[in-house]
Design a protein around this ligand. Structure first.
Ligand SMILES: C[S@@+](CC[C@H](N)C(=O)[O-])C[C@H]1O[C@@H](n2cnc3c(N)ncnc32)[C@H](O)[C@@H]1O
Length: 207
């Protein structure tokens, strides 16, 4: 099944069914982004708007991109605020956003679906202002090595989505290639239990 179709299917249950990765991402994103000031934001793969809501606590303008109509429909139901524009866009194609627009580009749990990270990091660097911040929150590659990937439950059983493993060195190399400097790397554990494999990796880059 294509990734887009899978998210169109998952949209109905996405906010309802409990999911450790999604819940931990919200905590990681909020705790990290709390430390930064931002006004103009690009959110990649906004999904049902789980993180758009708290970004609005600080942002004056958010462009939120996603390629799933059903995920976007859920986000638009929840978030009715003139500071947010939701756009249907495949982030591996042109975003059509002017250069130097944003002081924050943020993405949560989407890059595991993107094969060629350069297609994304290049546009991050172009659309971010000088000194702007790029925040990435993703399933930790250690978790990916042990077989974890995005999945959701249906009446027919568990559906697994197509994913790509991205090593930590790959994130750092593709960022460097596009002029983005690593500022912070944090690993996030279930219940803060550091004797287990970390679930998420959080990366903060600066343009
Ligand atoms: C796991 S969800 C994460 C949603 C949201 N960021 C969150 O943390 O709840 C991944 C989202 O990425 C979107 N997505 C995946 N590949 C994409 C692509 N190439 N372009 C745009 N959106 C994409 C999916 O439609 C889905 O809404």
């Amino acid at each position: 099944m294509s990734i887009k179709k899978a998210y169109n299917d998952w949209a109905e249950g996405y906010d309802i069914n409990s999911n450790k990765t999604i819940d931990l991402d919200k905590k990681a994103s909020m705790e990290t982004l709390r430390n930064f000031n931002f006004s103009k934001v690009i959110e990649l793969g906004c999904g049902t708007g789980k993180n758009t809501a708290f970004l609005l606590e600080k942002a004056d303008e958010i462009i939120a991109l996603d390629f799933s109509e059903n995920m976007l429909a859920k986000a638009k139901e929840k978030i009715k605020d003139e500071r947010v524009v939701f756009k249907k866009r495949d982030i591996t194609t042109s975003w059509n956003i002017k250069n130097d627009f944003a002081d924050l580009v943020t993405c949560s749990l989407i890059l595991e679906h993107i094969k060629d990270l350069n297609l994304v990091f290049k546009q991050v660097s172009e659309t971010l202002k000088n000194d702007g911040i790029f925040f990435v929150s993703e399933l930790h590659p250690f978790k990916q090595y042990s077989g974890s990937k995005a999945r959701y439950e249906t009446e027919e059983g568990t559906q697994e989505l197509e994913t790509h493993v991205h090593h930590i060195s790959e994130y750092i190399a593709v960022a460097e290639k596009n002029g983005l400097k690593l500022m912070e790397l944090k690993e996030w554990f279930d219940e803060d239990n550091k004797s287990e494999i970390p679930r998420l990796i959080g990366l903060v880059f600066q343009n």
